[in-house]
Design a protein around this ligand. Structure first.
Ligand code: GLA
Length: 304
């Protein structure tokens, strides 16, 4: 059915995210420290007879329909324009979901929006993701990381210094989360598997220590904690790959890099490195890999 040209056009915009530390702990009620970053997805939409999505990136329809249904909204024509590259590790799916949510329901509470987007992602993909990515895209703040307690959804903004560049480096190993053992890892951890829990407990302790180091501008300690997090994700949670391990070793060896680790769900994907801002160019040319240099940004529902 053609869309009604007189129907209201709505617009939404939401950022991608990085996770500084606290990986594979959100769905267990752990502590995480993501930040919204300065790559955005913008959407416009209007009422229509059926759901449709116009985008340079395939696969958005299931997400858009799922968040619309979560919000109790009827079918929409949605047009997407995005600077958040898919499969680059900065959560293009959360940016899309949150952009649609803020467009359709700008007055919604940011936490409720993040939860609706999490349910939509689970519904669209069958992957039992936690709430971290959607929360960061909704409520992150420029100049800050967001310390989120996933058990209570209480959060605190922690200032993030301009002297640090956030590099997200693509491993080239693409994966669709639904085809990875993500749900299996979640089940293993939930059932208390000792090795998986060793990662979870040590990672939560690292988040606390990282926040202390961040508050003290102790970049060296922050870098060490990233390296420890990587080892734990590699050896105890087993979500890394040889290729990603090699990339982390390469990044860690470059002057100006405080530390790096696999970021997000893993099984390929991207790594995060924290780099001395004044040495960014040198880092980019030494890595020889596609990468995004990101800065923190405002989330869609944050009120600067
Ligand atoms: C994905 C999920 C998040 C989180 C991370 C791992 O990004 O969407 O909820 O579980 O993996 O920390």
């Amino acid at each position: 059915m053609p869309s009604d040209p007189l129907s209201r056009v709505w617009r939404g915009k939401a950022p991608g995210r990085v996770n500084l530390i606290g990986e594979h702990v959100d769905y267990l009620g752990g502590l995480v420290l993501p930040a919204a970053v300065n790559r955005f997805t913008e959407v416009t939409g209007n009422d229509a007879g059926d759901w449709s999505v116009e985008s340079d990136v395939a696969g958005g329809l299931a997400y858009v329909r799922a968040i619309g249904e979560e919000l109790g909204v009827g079918p929409q024509d949605v047009r997407v324009s995005s600077q958040v590259p898919p499969s680059a590790g900065i959560s293009s799916s959360a940016a899309l979901l949150v952009a649609v949510a803020v467009g359709l329901r700008p007055d919604m509470d940011g936490k409720d929006a993040a939860l609706a987007c999490q349910r939509a992602e689970q519904r669209a993909t069958g992957v039992q993701v936690g709430v971290m990515d959607q929360f960061a895209s909704a409520l992150g703040r420029r100049g800050c990381a967001l310390l989120l307690d996933c058990a209570t959804l209480d959060y605190e903004l922690v200032p993030f210094p301009d002297e640090l560049a956030i590099a997200v480096i693509d491993s080239g190993e693409r994966r669709n989360l639904a085809d990875t053992p993500y749900n299996e890892r979640r089940r293993e951890a939930e059932s208390g598997d000792p090795r998986r829990m060793r990662h979870v407990n040590s990672e939560i302790a690292r988040v606390r220590e990282f926040v202390e180091a961040l508050r003290a501008d102790d970049f060296t300690r922050m870098g060490e904690l990233l390296k420890e997090s990587h080892r734990s994700l590699r050896d105890d949670f087993e979500v890394s790959t040889d290729n990603v391990d090699a990339l982390v070793a390469c990044a860690d060896a470059i002057d100006g890099c405080y530390g790096s680790r696999i970021m997000g769900a893993g099984f390929g994907g991207s790594i995060l490195a924290l780099v001395d801002h004044s040495k960014t160019e040198q880092f980019v040319s030494s890595m020889h890999r596609p990468m995004l240099i990101c800065a923190t940004a405002d989330g869609a529902f944050s009120t600067p």
